[in-house]
Design a protein around this ligand. Structure first.
Ligand code: IPE
Ligand code: IPE
Ligand code: MG
Length: 263
């Protein structure tokens, strides 16, 4: 250690070393194609610090931003972030309003960062039912990042897994009007074409922070065979190290898809 290095520098260097070694380990294994993240615990993070819940949501956006370079370094192709659920409308009006404003701010201010990093952003869910300004900002974000080819980030906004299935069933029914015979023959692959953003494949790994062990209506169809990793970390404290550890945990799982296990 040189004389100019403070204990803080030492700590962050140890942190960097840990991060790099976990990344290296993760990269030596099988990388999931599609990861879903339930970003939970913003409220508890803020309350435990004597702050307002809204401050937790703001800190949560910073966590999301920190995650993006880590996803890119891992070479993950698709990542869905659970931003706002169809059930979150039950929250106090001021919290819902704050979240709308935050989504709007993020969609506008971070557009150039997404473009610079080669990230394509696609909103999924009943996001077109959000306030007009939010819809406009998300549409513009999707349009302006459409050529990003390194990573696709799906933002689940006013998203519900059951609603996705209902919406897909309706679309499918409409598209088969007058073709009842073909409808009889339609199966999972035909149905899948009507999910939100059908180009996104099945989810390999769902990560949920905050210690809660449930899906809360997240990606029900695509997560049918996902590995689930639940972390005791609150979302605003989540960083690249937690992501790399989750990938390593995933790599240790045996995915059997109903088949018999490895001998
Ligand atoms: C997740 O954090 C963010 C959203 C649901 C929008 P929470 O706000 O659910 O945080 P907790 O679970 O109350 O701590
Ligand atoms: C899930 O978290 C939704 C998002 C992270 C956007 P919630 O905090 O809303 O889930 P529950 O209510 O604990 O199941
Ligand atoms: Mg929560």
């Amino acid at each position: 250690m040189s004389i100019s290095e403070s204990p803080h520098d030492m700590r962050s260097k140890a942190g960097d070393d840990l991060e790099e070694s976990l990344l290296k380990r993760a990269l030596s294994g099988n990388i999931p194609v599609h990861v879903g993240i339930v970003m939970d615990g913003n409220g508890r993070w803020a309350v435990s610090r004597g702050m307002k819940r809204s401050e937790g949501h703001r800190a949560g956006v910073e966590s999301l931003k920190r995650c993006l370079p880590a996803l890119l370094r891992l070479g993950i192709r698709f990542c869905t972030f659970y931003v706002f659920s169809t059930e979150n409308w039950k929250r106090p009006r001021e919290e819902v309003q704050f979240l709308m404003d935050l989504i709007l701010e993020y969609a506008k201010e971070d557009r150039s960062d997404f473009i610079r990093q080669g990230i394509r952003v696609i909103p999924i869910g009943r996001w077109r039912e959000m306030p007009r300004q939010v819809v406009q900002a998300l549409s513009r974000l999707a349009m302006d990042t459409a050529s990003g080819d390194k990573l696709t980030v799906l933002l689940a906004v006013n998203y519900g897994g059951r609603q996705e299935i209902v919406d897909a069933a309706k679309e499918l029914a409409i598209s088969y009007v007058g073709r009842e015979k073909e409808l009889q023959a339609a199966g999972e692959e035909e149905f899948r074409q009507f999910l939100y953003e059908p180009s996104a494949p099945d989810v390999d790994l769902v990560i949920r922070t905050s210690g809660e062990m449930r899906l809360s209506n997240f990606l029900l169809w695509r997560a049918a065979y996902a590995e689930l990793v639940f972390l005791d970390v609150l979302w605003p404290d989540f960083g690249p190290v937690d992501l790399y550890k989750s990938i390593i945990e995933y790599q240790g799982r045996e995915r059997r898809f109903g088949d018999v296990g490895r001998e």
